[in-house]
Design a protein around this ligand. Structure first.
Ligand code: G6P
Length: 356
């Protein structure tokens, strides 16, 4: 097993460091010279319904944001385990099931039900030949390679890459704008390498975080699913109770939890939510929580209001989901390591949940 970890202490860390390569491989699958993404799955649909569990559910929330923003197609996101019993109306819907393993029982059952309800199904899957690939009408593979660590990292980023490509493929933006965004996407491996270079800094902040038992992750817009996935990573491997909230919603209840015992991780995305997010951060600081912001490298403003800033390379705002998520994966990893946790095989969890 030591050899398979390639010199890394844990599979999770190795898999995070594989992310630049995984982005390259997934882009190559759909953007190399003679291959284009086959989008026949989208013909005649009036809405998209995502079904997924866990980290794949958070990828779906990013997918909803991207598809609604870039294409105007309405999107719903359902937990597979809820969809099975809820069976919502699926009029001319395309169901997109996202699953790393392709074996999650709830997701498979939800796909079968979606088909019975008359929807077309597309599966975004990492494991070749898995059950989901046989149930779905169409399949798009992520090229993350085998993921050993229970906590999903590189497979999540690969799912996001496929979602960017779907959203751009179906987008109603002018061709020149789509090409510009695809060029930015091609630059992501390099930008993630820059994030990985800051691992030492992130580790220092993890030392501080490791002393707490409760945390709050906040964001707005695409920052909300980023925060949710960041909090899930932290819970899964460090056993710190971490909640994620849309920053504007804190005042309706969760403010009561803030204070010096609850640090807050704030994802600041450079879009129309930036200014209001800064206001939310000021409100949080007034409740005496330590605030760690994840923000663009050229952001001069945020450092005036927070305790620590983890910088990410500047990108088009939609791609912040990639850079920020890698930061939050490393933060969870180093926090768990500092706390002496199991990391690759956390208590009570399984890589793939094959029972309903
Ligand atoms: C398990 C894993 C999670 C994963 C979820 C969904 O709970 O521990 O990391 O996100 O299943 O898995 P899937 O293979 O369907 O993406």
């Amino acid at each position: 097993e030591d050899a398979e970890r390639g010199g890394y202490e844990h599979f999770m860390l190795k898999e995070i460091h594989e992310i630049p390569k995984v982005i390259e491989d997934t882009l190559f699958e759909y953007l190399s010279e003679d291959i284009e993404m086959d989008a026949s799955f989208s013909a005649g649909i009036s809405e998209i319904v995502f079904i997924a569990c866990g980290t794949s559910y958070h990828a779906s929330l990013v997918g909803k944001y991207l598809i609604e923003k870039l294409t105007g197609i309405p999107v719903r996101v359902e937990f597979a385990s809820e969809f099975i019993y809820h069976q919502p109306p699926m009029h001319r819907a395309l169901t997109i099931a996202i699953t790393q393993s392709g074996e999650t029982a709830d997701t498979l059952e939800a796909m079968r039900i979606a088909k019975k309800l008359g929807a077309k199904t597309l599966a975004i899957v990492n494991v070749l030949g898995s059950t989901a690939t046989r149930v779905a009408d169409h399949v798009l593979y992520t090229r993350a390679g085998p993921e050993i660590s229970v906590a999903a990292t590189k497979s999540f980023i690969a799912q996001l890459i496929v979602l960017y490509l779907i959203a751009l493929k179906l987008s109603r933006l002018p061709g020149s704008e789509v090409n510009r965004l695809i060029d930015e996407l091609r630059a992501m491996p390099e930008l993630v390498r820059k994030v990985l270079e800051r691992e030492g800094e992130i580790e220092q902040i993890a030392v501080l975080i490791s002393g707490y038992e409760n945390m709050m992750y906040i964001g707005r817009g695409i920052g909300v699913p980023i925060a949710m996935e960041g909090a899930l990573k932290m819970k899964e491997i460090s056993y710190i109770h971490a909640e994620a909230y849309p920053a504007g919603e804190l005042k309706h209840g969760s403010f009561a939890l803030l204070g010096e015992k609850t640090p807050v991780i704030a994802s600041l995305v450079p879009d129309e939510t930036y200014e209001i997010m800064l206001n939310n951060i000021k409100e949080v600081k007034a409740r005496e929580s330590v605030v760690v912001a994840v923000a663009d490298e050229d952001d001069q403003e945020v450092e005036k209001y927070v305790d620590f800033v983890i910088r990410v390379p500047k990108t088009e705002h939609i791609f912040s989901a990639i850079t920020h998520s890698v930061v939050l994966q490393l933060l969870a990893y180093h926090t768990a390591r500092k706390r002496g946790c199991e990391i690759d095989k956390p208590r009570n969890l399984a890589k793939s949940v094959t029972v309903e």
